[in-house]
Ligand binder design. Structure first.
Ligand SMILES: Cc1cc2nc3c(=O)[nH]c(=O)nc-3n(C[C@H](O)[C@H](O)[C@H](O)COP(=O)(O)OP(=O)(O)OC[C@H]3O[C@@H](n4cnc5c(N)ncnc54)[C@H](O)[C@@H]3O)c2cc1C
Length: 415
């Protein structure tokens, strides 16, 4: 047995929840050459691997550090799912399509992966984003409510709505427990016979028009018919010539505050996920999910950040920024103690559209990424789309996901 296979078997058996010994079927399968290798076990790679497995393919999932690890974009505590995307109906549909898969995964898991808290967006005036969202939601049949200032005050007295004219409330959406969800997904994929191995993959090389094999940085060769690279903010590292100038990882800070003891006004059964559009300078957050704290973040893109070497010390400036915002909108929480802070990175495309396309040279390679600060919720739909692309059964490619539309200058358009 090669070192690669031995280590893969050990890791896979550890990932198969509750089983110390690898099942015979999995052991046999892991010795065979996989049909497809997926590199990257964040939300996009994990769902792509699962979809390919559902399509009857043998799949080996590789990750340099592990599913939803601390520096992965999917490694955060919670991620919002919502259908409000202005006129960008493609994302409303993907979020809506994905919701039932998240719910099903959550129902099977021992702990909740999806909290249906509802999501509230509010705006200083009735603006195109709000009107377009309502038009799309009515067309699709989503039960989104349009609220005027009086209704907002009545329904959500925890928020100071000074200067706010309107809001929209999406009762079916809420919060995904990001890290837990990805790890649950990968454990299920392994239990169902999928292969998982912790291995860092070197930038691929081939003069041919297909890729026959990849190499890990410790020298092992992994051959397969097809490959998917879902490397999040590392995509530019793995494909420097192609993607280093088209994926922009930015430093983002997230803060959690402990509500006053016994104060249940910000509990998830009483308070939704929220975003203040704030004239385009968006702040967003969550209720006190699982007593982690009231979450708040400024959605503005931070400075460029290297996912390996970037400093993850929360900054005093960002903390002061969210505290000033809370003093304005959430006065009951303005002076509450910080319970946790995290620094993560968005992996933005030029305008915020996802990247799901074939490699321009290697016909058997698909690239998946550019979640751009809003990708997590779409994981199930991204996985389905990417698997269809890999297997050559995608009926109508979405031009917005193409590599050709990924420019080298940032011009954010998707919110
Ligand atoms: C602070 C913050 C808040 C966000 N909020 C939301 C939100 O509310 N709602 C929402 O929908 N989205 C949100 N997002 C966006 C979302 O989290 C990301 O778009 C999504 O998680 C990206 O997933 P991914 O699989 O592409 O990347 P990742 O999760 O980063 O996964 C990539 C994986 O590839 C692996 N990898 C990289 N290079 C190699 C290699 N050479 N060999 C092997 N493995 C490799 C890495 O180890 C990593 O595990 C947010 C993101 C951040 C940072």
């Amino acid at each position: 047995m090669s070192g690669l296979t031995r280590r893969f078997l050990l890791t896979a058996s550890a990932a198969a929840a509750g089983s110390a010994v690898l099942p015979k079927s999995l052991r046999a399968q892991s010795r065979r050459r996989p049909d497809i290798v997926v590199v990257g076990a964040g939300v996009f790679g994990a769902w792509t691997a699962k979809r390919l497995q559902e399509g009857g393919r043998s799949v080996l999932l590789l990750d340099a550090w592990g599913p939803a690890h601390a520096r992965a974009s999917s490694g955060g505590e919670s991620r919002m799912t919502r259908g409000a995307y202005g006129a960008d109906e493609v994302y409303t549909r993907m979020a809506t399509d994905s919701l039932s898969d998240w719910q099903a995964l959550s129902d099977r898991a021992g702990l909740p992966l999806f909290h249906r808290t509802g999501v509230l967006f509010f705006f200083p005036r009735v603006e195109p984003f709000l009107e377009q969202t309502m038009a799309v939601h009515r067309r699709i049949g989503l039960p989104t409510e349009l609220l005027d200032a009086a209704a907002l005050r009545r329904r959500f007295p925890q928020i100071d709505f000074a200067g706010i004219e309107a809001g929209l409330f999406e009762p079916g959406f809420g919060a995904l427990m990001a890290r837990r969800a990805v790890q649950t997904l990968v454990a299920g994929f392994v239990r169902a016979g999928g292969g998982y191995r912790q291995a860092a993959v070197a930038p691929p090389r081939s003069d041919a028009d297909t890729l026959a094999a990849i190499r890990t940085v410790d020298g092992a060769t992994v051959a397969a018919e097809r490959f998917v690279f879902a490397c999040g903010p590392w995509l530019g590292r793995v494909f420097p010539d192609l993607l280093a100038a088209r994926i922009f990882p930015t430093r983002q800070e997230v803060f959690f505050f402990a509500p006053p003891p016994g104060d249940r006004r910000f509990a998830p059964d009483r308070f939704p996920g929220w975003a203040d559009f704030n004239g385009g300078d968006i702040y967003y957050g969550f209720p006190d999910l699982e007593a982690r704290g009231f979450k708040i973040a400024h959605d503005a893109h931070g400075p460029r950040m290297d996912p390996d070497t970037g400093d993850r010390t929360p900054s005093a400036a960002a903390l002061a920024d969210v505290r000033a915002f809370m003093a304005r909108r959430f006065p009951a929480l303005a002076d509450r103690p910080l319970s946790e802070a995290r620094v993560c990175q968005y992996e933005n495309s030029s305008n915020g559209d996802l990247l799901i396309d074939r490699h321009p040279r290697w016909r058997n390679v698909v690239l998946v990424g550019a979640g751009s600060g809003h990708g997590f919720k779409h994981g199930p739909a991204v996985g389905r789309y990417a698997a269809d692309l890999v297997l050559g059964r995608l009926a109508t490619p979405e031009p917005r996901f193409s590599l050709a539309t990924k420019a080298e200058t940032e011009n954010r358009a998707v919110h």
